[in-house]
Design a protein around this ligand. Structure first.
Ligand SMILES: [Zn+2]
Length: 278
């Protein structure tokens, strides 16, 4: 059965050539192409493949059911708000057992990866929730798929979309891991994800300023501790990022009082880290 749509590729190439003339427009075109070429179903497959590949390449996940359950319970409340914004993807959170790495990232299909080092570095549960909210923002706004269009080129993705490539999920997943696609977010995407994160955490009662305290804490620790704050290197702290967030929180009257410092402290001690505030 022929499922090829021969008119699609030239049309998309034409759109690309005409519109891809500035960084902002280019990002918009990439987002449109990502929406056209990468279905939610494919996104879910690629995300599941990234998860499987990580496991077979030796990434260890935290096994303690109390710690896993804790992170899942925080993420589940955020995912509940995200689902209406992008209903087609499955939302998952995976907790990587690596206490020295302060990082988190979003893979296609709503697969979020959080390192145990990020839990240890966060001062309270609201900071953890803000990071999960930020990464969820990258999923909802299709930034991961946009980065894939940017990284692989239109032709490869068009081939996958047209069914010419027998194993697109597997190949694309390998590319996602190998090329650091998930570190390719633009500055405007970081702003979008920050705004999504603080809106979402405030929506479930957390203090949205936790995002600011987390960023400030990582920034002040930079260069002083052997623990490199990777989350800042993958989500760069531009000079106006904190300032913009402060203004955004004030302008939108976002508020919340829950910090959950004690709840995170209990989890940190299970992970073998210092209690909160130490
Ligand atoms: Zn980000």
């Amino acid at each position: 059965m022929r499922r090829r749509r021969p008119g699609l590729v030239p049309a998309l190439f034409a759109a690309w050539a005409v519109l891809a003339c500035s960084a902002g427009q280019r990002a918009q075109v990439e987002t449109t192409l990502a929406r056209t070429l990468i279905s939610d179903e494919q996104s879910n497959q690629i995300g599941a493949q990234v998860h499987a590949d990580a496991e077979s390449s030796g990434v260890r996940y935290v096994q303690d059911p109390a710690v896993r359950g804790y992170v899942e319970s925080v993420a589940t409340r955020i995912f509940a708000l995200a689902r209406p914004d992008r209903p087609g993807v499955d939302y998952h959170v995976h907790l990587i057992d690596d206490p020295k790495t302060v990082n988190a990232f979003a893979a296609p299909g709503g697969h979020l990866f959080v390192y145990s080092g990020l839990l240890l570095a966060a001062a309270n549960e609201a900071e953890l929730a803000a990071v999960i909210g930020h990464e969820t923002g990258h999923v909802v706004d299709r930034h991961v798929e946009r980065a894939m269009v940017n990284a692989y080129g239109l032709d490869a993705l068009a081939s996958a979309a047209l069914g010419r490539n027998p194993g697109p999920a597997k190949e694309l997943a390998a590319g996602v891991v190998g090329t650091g696609v998930m570190r390719a977010h633009s500055r405007s995407e970081e702003t979008e994800a920050d705004e999504y994160g603080v809106r979402t955490v405030a929506g479930i009662g957390y203090d949205p300023r936790a995002m600011l305290t987390f960023l400030a804490q990582l920034q002040s620790g930079e260069g002083k501790t052997p623990r490199v704050p990777q989350w800042l290197s993958t989500h760069p702290l531009t000079p106006d990022r904190i300032e913009h967030l402060e203004r955004y929180i004030a302008d939108n009257r976002l508020s919340g009082s829950d910090l959950g410092a004690q709840r995170l402290a209990a989890i940190k001690s299970r992970l073998g880290g210092a209690p909160s505030g130490a």
